[in-house]
Design a protein around this ligand. Structure first.
Ligand code: Z5A
Length: 212
């Protein structure tokens, strides 16, 4: 009998919401409880495409806005065969940012519609759950200054948040909003509970296609 597939779990959220912290904690907790799990993050800066994106984010290069949007999407598509292989092997993938960041960040730029921004990612593996770590700009500011990378300023981040709010109205995606202002352990427990449910559901459901 074929093994049960792993779940595709995505964490999204505003800057400094704790996505990376929580992805690591979730993978560790799942592994400790005997469930195979691995973390991925987007952009994956290790690939050739990812290195172009990384240089852009670090402001070492400039790229035309449509072009960089398509590169972010291509960076996800190039990892799809690996993602599907791992999911089929029963490994749960915990992903730090995904297509929702892609659509939210580019559509926050002038002249971009959310609809256009979603198109290149249509058909990607559909997450079994997407947890949005919600944190007010005031609380995020208490976690430190913005870094030096592109997009790291409060005006742009507020525009991105509005786009995420629009994306979360889509009932075809299993969104869960997480109060990220709680302490690390409480946020973790909340995320773990949703993840365990998603893992159980994924065992008996085929992997879907995003935004199709
Ligand atoms: N981008 C895009 O434009 N298009 C795309 O398709 C994709 C991405 C996929 C990638 O940045 C940038 O690319 C990003 C979106 C854009 N731009 N921005 N802004 P990245 O992935 O390299 O980095 P990041 O996602 O921006 O990281 P982050 O948002 O800054 O951090 P985080 O992962 O949400 O948080 P953290 O690193 O886990 O924690 C931040 C700090 O808060 C740290 O000191 C923690 O110790 C602390 N922390 C965490 N949790 C707590 C709690 N609960 N209480 C108190 N303190 C906490």
């Amino acid at each position: 009998m074929a093994c049960k597939r792993g779940a595709l779990i995505v964490l999204e959220g505003v800057d400094k919401a704790g996505k990376t912290t929580q992805c690591h904690k979730l993978v560790q907790a799942l592994q400790r409880s005997g469930r195979p799990a691995e973390m991925m993050r987007f952009p994956d800066r290790t690939t050739t495409i990812g290195q172009l994106i990384s240089a852009y984010l670090e402001k070492k290069s400039d790229l035309e806005d449509h072009t960089v949007h398509l590169l972010f999407s291509a960076n996800r598509w190039e990892l799809v065969p690996l993602m599907k292989k791992k999911l089929e092997q029963g490994i749960t993938l915990v992903v730090d940012r995904y297509a929702f960041s892609g659509a939210a960040f580019t559509s926050a730029k002038p002249g971009f519609s959310l609809d256009w921004c979603m198109k290149p990612d249509m058909g990607l593996p559909k997450p079994d759950v997407v947890m949005f770590l919600q944190l007010s700009p005031t609380e995020a500011a208490l976690r430190g200054q913005f870094g030096e990378e592109r997009y790291e300023n409060s005006v742009f981040q507020r525009a991105v948040l509005q786009k995420f709010e629009q994306l979360m109205k889509d009932p075809s995606v299993n969104w869960k909003v997480i109060d990220a202002s709680q302490n690390v352990e409480d946020v973790h427990m909340n995320i773990k509970n949703h993840s365990l449910k998603a893992i159980t559901t994924a065992e008996s459901q085929p992997l879907g296609e995003l935004w199709q």
